[in-house]
Design a protein around this ligand. Structure first.
Ligand code: 13P
Length: 260
């Protein structure tokens, strides 16, 4: 059974102080609701780099994971402006997002970069959250499954079959991100099914049974249930709605309810 994962991608939002305010409010709701601290749903928050130490300190010893939104794949050296996997690990991160469409589109991240980052994450005990998704133009041309499958093949090119359970994929159609126009849950589930087929084709039948695949793109407290009712969808990667502690708590609660 794949444990659901509800992940917050704060993008370039929140100062350290704002992150701490969020953490206080969200933590209070979460730990009141799930007393004992054993979460039925994995919770992950990915703040900007500067917020990572503060959130790791607040949630130390708690069942809330902290991750980064990106990293470079080398361990150290003359790479001005970059942050390494060992630095993230040292700060307390357990996950790292790789290949978000905003990094691909705005910062020129390539499939090759994504595969290097996913490899480096696993080498350092970080779980990569590999983002894939088609543009509106690609969808309209009927190329969704092909585009997504190509991205998956590239991103997994340096990954071994036994590492697949430590990998998370986020299917985020570019046209659904920040637009308020979420994908139809059945359509998202179909694309995610084709992602699993690609992973099985790469590694062997059934390997994808242990791969968590999230949906991302305009997920809100009001629509998450419909996604969680799809068996193929193991959770959500949430942008805008993850910035408010009440909304993010509602997302975790709704995901848990849909699966229990
Ligand atoms: P929104 O939830 O704001 O659409 O963002 C989705 C996303 O890009 C998460 O990585």
């Amino acid at each position: 059974m794949r444990k659901p994962l509800i992940a917050a991608n704060w993008k370039m939002n929140k100062t350290i102080g704002e992150a701490l305010t969020f953490a206080g409010a969200f933590g209070q709701m979460l730990f009141e609701r799930f007393e004992g601290g054993d979460m039925p749903v994995d919770v992950l928050i990915c703040p900007p780099f500067l917020g990572i130490p503060a959130l790791c300190a607040v949630f130390a010893g708690k069942d809330v994971h902290i991750g980064a939104q990106d990293m470079y794949w080398k361990d150290k050296g003359a790479f001005t402006g970059e942050v390494s996997p060992s630095m993230l690990k040292d700060a307390g991160c357990t996950f790292v997002i790789t290949g978000h469409s905003e990094r691909r589109q705005l910062f020129g991240e390539t499939d090759e970069d994504v595969s290097e980052k996913a490899r480096a994450a696993l080498d350092h005990g970080l779980k990569p959250v590999i983002c894939v998704g088609e543009t509106l133009e690609e969808r309209e041309q009927g190329k969704t499954n092909q585009v997504v499958s190509d991205m998956i093949r590239a991103a997994f090119s340096k990954i071994k079959a036994e590492e697949v359970p430590s990998v998370v994929v986020a299917y985020e159609p570019v046209w659904a991100i920040g637009t308020g126009k979420e994908a139809h849950p059945a359509d998202a589930a179909e694309v995610i099914g084709s992602i699993r087929e690609t992973v099985d084709a790469l590694f062997g039948e059934g390997v994808s049974d242990e791969l968590r695949v999230l949906y991302g793109g305009s997920v809100k407290p009001g629509n998450i249930r419909a996604f969680m009712l799809e068996e193929q969808i193991d959770g959500a990667l949430v942008g805008g709605a993850s910035l408010d502690p009440n909304d993010f708590f509602k997302l975790v609660e709704a995901a848990h309810k849909a699966r229990s």
